[in-house]
Design a protein around this ligand. Sequence first.
Ligand SMILES: *[C@@H]1O[C@H](CO)[C@@H](O)[C@H](O)[C@H]1NC(C)=O
Ligand SMILES: *[C@@H]1O[C@H](CO)[C@@H](O)[C@H](O)[C@H]1NC(C)=O
Ligand SMILES: *[C@@H]1O[C@H](CO)[C@@H](O)[C@H](O)[C@H]1NC(C)=O
Length: 467
Amino acid sequence: MYSSQRWKTMAMAAVVVLQLWFSMEVESSSSHHPDHNITRLPGQPHVDFQHFSGYITVDDQKHKALFYYFVEAEINPASKPLVLWLNGGPGCSSLGVGAFSENGPFRPDGEVLVRNEYSWNREANMLYLETPVGVGFSYSKSSSSYVAVDDEATARDNLVFLQRWFNKFPQYKHRDLFLTGESYAGHYIPQLANLMVEINRKEKLFSLKGIALGNPVLEFSTDFNSRAEFFWSHGLISDSTYNMFTSVCNYSRYVSEYYRDSVSPSCSKVMSQVSRETSKFVDKYDVTLDVCISSVLSQSKVISPNQMTERIDVCVEDKIVNYLNRKDVQKALHARLVGVRRWDVCSNILDYQVLNLEIPTISLVGSLVKAGIPVLVYSGDQDSVIPLTGSRTLVYRLARELGLNTTVPYRVWFEGKQVGGWTQVYGNILSFATIRGASHEAPFSQPERSLRLFKSFLEGRPLPEVF
Ligand SMILES: *[C@@H]1O[C@H](CO)[C@@H](O)[C@H](O)[C@H]1NC(C)=O
Ligand SMILES: *[C@@H]1O[C@H](CO)[C@@H](O)[C@H](O)[C@H]1NC(C)=O
Ligand SMILES: *[C@@H]1O[C@H](CO)[C@@H](O)[C@H](O)[C@H]1NC(C)=O
């Protein structure tokens, strides 16, 4: 099945892959695609910015095409940076989750779209990418492209996508570029950023100015094992279950066994008890939100395997699924369904190498910091799937390892007159922040605070100390 040795060869493989790219002719995709301009989406209110969507071919032989949605900044796009946003899963859609329920300009509501007042295109030109192939509207004409897809192939395709996308939008080629995303994008983004840094050493192709990662998977065991304490301290499990969840079978061990089809009796027993106490009527992506809203959050079904069988909820996700499956919407988006009957929030055809989960990417984050790329790790503080405590520990450890001293001591930050969360900065380059009251999908549940954090990140400034 999956090779557990795989990650050990990653570094070497990345070098090989890089050489391949250099010898590859980067063609302009414009000729394949008529016009990606979106005149108007069905039900869309009038707006003054432009948006675009369509396909960029990333592999000519295998006919792999990635679908993107690009929203120019609301005001003065020429003076604003370019920001790539990726959702995780692996296998979930940045269009459906990121653009239409988190930080994009519109949200579906029945037959119409309503404006999101806190859309990130107030601050930047936002590029949402459905990746890898098999996710959302992205496809390959060869179904073998959906088998055994891994982090390495995904990073390569994402890179080729950007190079070719720049051919179509040359005015953005030298624009300040930020990479952002959440959850499993804790793998995608550092891997993509490192490839860019490698390429830039030879020829400066990317004006990479920073990366931001929300509730990211950075180091399997630290991230996953912080769940027990989060459950316990939020009253979701009892003292005795907490003890078992930390001594008999911890969560990283369970996930590891689960994906190897070898769940031990002791882990099975512990997980049953944990599931019973936490209850399926509590949203693990936000332990304080009511459960209906969690439908959006199926994006992390892979990193939360015990929830995989849960029924899909109504509300936001349903509206998005309905909207994006309308023929008139697909036509307006220049999207088509290839090899699938419908658009899904998370792919049913992608067969991802889920054990790539165990590859630590925190060291890649360290390489980026060493290369001078500012990094922000932020956490919606009500998420139990990738809890803030694990991320905070990882950032702290990394800062110590890199010899970075604290430049902004742990303190609150403000949005409006209220505390938006806590933050700490190391060496003026590596930042950690929480977003108070936010879920795994922080911009979904705390849009205003998330936009504030995004603005500070783009400006390269610490979060507001006073109001
Ligand atoms: C895209 O379409 C809009 C609406 O029709 C139009 O105003 C705009 O000029 C078009 N942009 C491009 C680049 O063609
Ligand atoms: C989790 O369990 C594994 C396997 O039993 C063990 O190696 C690891 O140290 C444990 N981690 C924590 C944080 O308890
Ligand atoms: C960090 O702080 C220590 C102790 O104050 C100091 O010795 C060291 O030079 C500082 N490192 C940097 C990179 O500023």
